[in-house]
Design a protein around this ligand. Structure first.
Ligand SMILES: Nc1ncnc2c1ncn2[C@@H]1O[C@H](COP(=O)(O)OP(=O)(O)OP(=O)(O)O)[C@@H](O)[C@H]1O
Ligand SMILES: [Mg+2]
Length: 255
């Protein structure tokens, strides 16, 4: 790989819920094949920001988005962008694992089927590959026909990651993907995120500063009011931030 390229750019991005600003004028460049962490106190707009990137806010009643989100140079809010296609390219994993009440196999095969992979052997291949990349294959290869709901929480979350990967997205958005998991499952997810960046760009919201410091290359700190207070390499943010407010937040003085 030669240097970094920017895959996502926000310009003057603001979000209002029923007229009230939750995100204010955010400019952020997100590099390809990197893990970008988004941190900040509760209510500062982290989830709102993440949802803007693949237009999930379209589905939120009362939400209005201003400004631009450029994905490979194209504003995702342009009229000719199909949000369903966009969400295929920019997938999302949520805080609470949300597998469909279907078999393990059918969860992962869901997207590929929707996008036209019909034959059984093609599907089997996609399912196996996705489960391998999500570091789950060894645990479920003999449970493919069992209900996804019979898996543990940590396995369910990796299944949701496999489901997101199965449609070959370019970017994976993760909103506190490990916050409902125990330390062992959390560490598996963290290792997985580290491996995923070879193929994908990951943007992850986390409440856990140590986690952000461990797994990310770049960190954005949002503060109350939806302002991106500082955005820089993770080392800089955690060791020597420019903003006193960021330093106070990182060192636990508030938030
Ligand atoms: N659907 C909604 N309708 C109205 N207000 C909302 C909606 N979603 C979020 N908000 C408000 O927007 C602000 C930002 O919310 P958001 O969920 O993005 O914060 P967050 O940083 O993800 O918080 P947390 O760390 O608690 O998950 C909050 O004040 C919240 O109350
Ligand atoms: Mg949130």
């Amino acid at each position: 790989m030669t240097g970094n390229s920017t895959v996502l750019k926000t310009r003057g991005l603001s979000v209002y819920y029923d007229g009230e600003a939750a995100l204010r004028d955010v400019d952020m460049d997100i590099d390809r094949n990197r893990v970008t962490a988004v941190i900040g106190p509760s209510g500062c707009g982290k989830s709102t920001f993440l949802r803007c990137l693949n237009r999930m806010n379209d589905l939120v009643e009362g939400a209005r988005v201003k400004g631009e989100v450029l994905f490979e140079g194209k504003n995702v809010y342009d009229d000719d962008v199909d949000p369903v296609k966009l969400r295929r390219a920019i997938g999302m994993v949520f805080q609470k694992p949300n597998p469909f009440p279907k078999t393990v196999f059918d969860n992962v095969a869901y997207g590929p089927r929707l996008h036209g992979v019909g034959d059984r052997s093609g599907l089997r291949e996609v399912v196996e590959n996705s489960l391998r990349r999500a570091a789950l294959w060894e645990e479920v290869s003999d449970r493919l026909d069992e209900s996804a709901l019979s898996l543990s929480g940590g396995q369910q979350q990796r299944l949701c990651i496999a489901r997101a990967i199965a449609v070959e997205p370019e970017v994976l958005l993760m909103d506190e993907p490990a916050s409902a998991l125990d330390p062992v499952a959390t560490s598996k997810i963290e290792d997985l995120i580290h491996d995923l960046k070879e193929e994908y760009t990951v943007v992850i919201v986390t409440h856990n500063m140590q986690q952000a410091a461990r797994i990310s290359d770049t960190t954005g700190v949002f503060l109350t009011g939806g302002v991106l207070e500082e955005y820089d390499s993770t080392g800089k943010i955690f060791e020597n931030p420019d903003s006193k407010r960021v330093e106070d937040y990182i060192t636990g003085k508030f938030g």
